[in-house]
Structures are given as structure tokens and as C-alpha cells.
Design a protein around this ligand. Sequence first.
Ligand SMILES: *[C@@H]1O[C@H](CO)[C@@H](O)[C@H](O)[C@H]1NC(C)=O
Ligand SMILES: *[C@@H]1O[C@H](CO)[C@@H](O)[C@H](O)[C@H]1NC(C)=O
Ligand SMILES: *[C@@H]1O[C@H](CO)[C@@H](O)[C@H](O)[C@H]1NC(C)=O
Ligand SMILES: *[C@@H]1O[C@H](CO)[C@@H](O)[C@H](O)[C@H]1NC(C)=O
Ligand SMILES: *[C@@H]1O[C@H](CO)[C@@H](O)[C@H](O)[C@H]1NC(C)=O
Length: 289
Amino acid sequence: MRNGLHLTFLCLSLFAGRMCSQGNQFNVEVGRSDKLSLPGFENLTVGYNKFLRPNFGGEPVQIALTLDIASISSISESNMDYTATIYLRQRWTDPRLVFEGNKSVTLDARLVEFLWVPDTYIVESKKSFLHEVTVGNRLIRLFSNGTVLYALRITTTVACNMDLSKYPMDTQTCQLQLESWGYDGNDVEFSWLRGNDSVRGLENLRLAQYTIEQYFTLVTRSQQETGNYTRLVLQFELRRNVLYFILETYVPSTFLVVLSWVSFWISLDSVPARTCIGDAKGSGRSQYY
Ligand SMILES: *[C@@H]1O[C@H](CO)[C@@H](O)[C@H](O)[C@H]1NC(C)=O
Ligand SMILES: *[C@@H]1O[C@H](CO)[C@@H](O)[C@H](O)[C@H]1NC(C)=O
Ligand SMILES: *[C@@H]1O[C@H](CO)[C@@H](O)[C@H](O)[C@H]1NC(C)=O
Ligand SMILES: *[C@@H]1O[C@H](CO)[C@@H](O)[C@H](O)[C@H]1NC(C)=O
Ligand SMILES: *[C@@H]1O[C@H](CO)[C@@H](O)[C@H](O)[C@H]1NC(C)=O
């Protein structure tokens, strides 16, 4: 057992050695051009290996999330899903990125390629994309104590099982779940940064057919064959606006039915009126034919 572990570490360190040389290469490539403009940055990347998580082989990385819901654009009963645009912000501390001073630096989003970032994914999403206009909509900010803030703007379509038995007076519960794709609970721990207050923007949403009743955040664990993962859940309840239905469906159909009775209310003698409505011939009540 012990020997096995030892071997694994030897392998890893050999492997890491090769990758470290890549890391140094990056340091030369990026460092040379940025040294002048960003004092203190040159030491950040020495020996940095983006393929290894912070505290590699030790304590799990604590990743704190906050979410802003910018919009929920469509809630579809036929596909049983909803589409939302979210700002996803993740914070973690990488001791390798500590630098001197008492300030923070915002890096060009393209430098994300050179840093370790969590492999967060949206469980049950059917399709998602990162906005790319005019550049990839992401942000990296480094604090001198090693805290990294990584923000993304994502549009995603997420499955939501709906119970339509009480339609149209129904209330649906939908979820947005976030989890690490590869790192299990021994490597990465997710948490909401401010509990229920980590999610913003849901109060201000205006949806045509629904009102958001309430929402709250949860931290659960998901057991899978590959390990136990922490999963962050945002759960919200959507109540259908019955008024919308009355105006859109019931009122127009009622009017149609009432209109179809009009010809019966017109006096038998006023032929021109009944001709207009098309009843003169149809009902066979006309005396003039
Ligand atoms: C970079 O590291 C070297 C060696 O540890 C140190 O002398 C130097 O002060 C560091 N530079 C900055 C800006 O931290
Ligand atoms: C860093 O900034 C904070 C707030 O601006 C201040 O309270 C603290 O003393 C500063 N620390 C150092 C080491 O300058
Ligand atoms: C690092 O600094 C940021 C900004 O001042 C602060 O929000 C964060 O809590 C600090 N992280 C740690 C681990 O002290
Ligand atoms: C979040 O809100 C839910 C429902 O209102 C409540 O049950 C839960 O205790 C709250 N959680 C926190 C951390 O406040
Ligand atoms: C996951 O958790 C369950 C229950 O706590 C435990 O039985 C199982 O061994 C864990 N799996 C892994 C891979 O750690």
C-alpha cells in the first residue's frame, strides 16, 4: 500500500517535472513582456503548474460561489427546461499566487489559459455557451493574499421536471446545480459565499407567464461511481400567472363563442343584418328564398 503510494508520487513528480519546465517556459514567454508593466508579476509564475490544483496532494481547495441571474428568457413546458443567463463568480485561494503589496490586479481574460481554474459544470444543462463578444466574457482578478476571483457570463438551458397536472394553476420547482466535473470532495469543496444571499437578480426578473415565489440555496453531496462530489443547488419556485391565461386564452375563446350566437339574436325580419353575418342562407329560416 505504502509502496504503491510512493510510486504514484514518484510518477507524479516526474510528470510534474516535465510540466514544470513548461510552466517556466510560460514564465519566460509571458513574463518577459509583462515584467515592465506589471511589477511583482514575474514571481507569480515561477514554477507554477496550471495542471496541478492549489494545495496539490493536501487539503481540498475551498471554492466559494456567487451567482447573478441576469435573465430567464424562456420556460418551456414542451421541452421541460428553462434558459437563463447567469454571472458565475468563483473565488478560491491559490498560495502559489501570493504577491507582495496590498492590492489586486485584474488580468486579461486570455491569461486564464495559464492559470489553474476549477472545472465547474452545470448539472442537467442541455446546452450552454460562454459569451464571446467582443472578447470572452470572463474576468480574472488576483489579490495579493493569493485569492483569485474568476467570473464568467454564461447562457444555459437547464432541464426542469415539471408537474403539469394542475395546469394552468401550477407551481413549478426548478433547480440550477453546480458541481466539479473531475475533482471529488477530497480535492475541491464548493460552498455558497453568503448562503441564501449568494444569489442576486431573481427578485428583479419580470417573466411573462410566471412569478418567482421564493428561492434558496443548498449544499448537497452527490454520490457517483467516481467519488463523492459537493454540489451547489439553487432552487426556485415559479408560480404561473393565472391572469395571463385568462387574458390570453379564456377571454378570446369566450368572445368567439359569444360572437357565434349573435345571428340568433337578430330579429327574423332584418334580412340585411343577417345576410351580413352569413345566416340568410345557412339556417334556412329566410322567407325570401
Ligand atoms: C521575486 O523573488 C526574488 C527571489 O525570491 C525576490 O528577491 C524578489 O524580491 C521577488 N520580487 C518581487 C517583486 O516580489
Ligand atoms: C491593506 O489595506 C487595508 C485596507 O485598505 C489596510 O487596513 C491594511 O492596513 C493594509 N495592509 C498593509 C500591509 O498595508
Ligand atoms: C484576500 O483578500 C481579499 C480582498 O481583500 C479578501 O476578500 C479575502 O478574504 C482574502 N483572503 C484570505 C484568504 O484572506
Ligand atoms: C435559506 O432559505 C431557506 C428557505 O427560506 C431556509 O430554510 C434556509 O435555512 C436558509 N439558509 C440559510 C443559510 O440561511
Ligand atoms: C461516498 O460516501 C459514502 C457514504 O458516506 C461512502 O460509503 C462511500 O465510500 C463514499 N465514496 C467515496 C468514493 O469516497
